[in-house]
Design a binder for this molecule. Sequence first.
Ligand SMILES: [Zn+2]
Length: 252
Amino acid sequence: MQLADMAWPTVQALDKNTPVIFPVAALEQHGHHLPLFTDSLLLGEIIRRVSAVLCDRALFTPLTWLGNSDHHLDFAGTLSAPPRVYLDTLAGLCENFIQHGFKRLVFINGHGGNDVPGKQALFEVRQKYRQRSDLLFLFATYWNLANPNTVPGLTLKQTQMGHACEWETSMILRIAPQLVGAYREAHPVEFGNAFEPGFRAWITRERTIPGHIGFPNVANPEKGEALLQAFSSGAQNFLERVIRWDGQSWNG
Ligand SMILES: [Zn+2]
């Protein structure tokens, strides 16, 4: 179900155990060869595929295209909600649907910079409603919901998501090839090892000059379709677990 298409009495009449899915993405630079809307286009495609399968078993809000992209602000065109504003916005969306009586609230994310504020938002909302035992708050980034390196017949150079990389370029080549520039000429930008397994706070321009991280030069649309299928079925399986949840257990 698409929230944007419904009238409010229909929403009010829904079973309040229906999962509410908030897709959250971004508008930010994606190198010289991909559009600024890459993250929103890709998550939108995955959500489109998943919502077509789940039909009336889950309620999908429109995609929130404004994300936390402050680390990309050295590159023109990037739009970013400041991290604390973004955190409060996601917490606010969550609280809106708690007020409407819903109990299973799920953020499906398509941008790395949303990960920390998104999880913190849910952490804070959970503490606020600590007297409740019937609430489920989840945050999941789509490329963590499947491992494409184990897909039979799919040979990838990258073993992790980069930025405007082999994976993202392949998927945009599949769904919007007219928006892709000279990706074959994009020089590889290695991931490096910045004090792993520690976390080093970063801004994008200290890792890449053109804006991409990874290997866009080996992208192709066939890889793109295989990646979209893997991530869509990963997201679908995750949401099926949310639908199956018994309403109170820790496990799900
Ligand atoms: Zn991206």
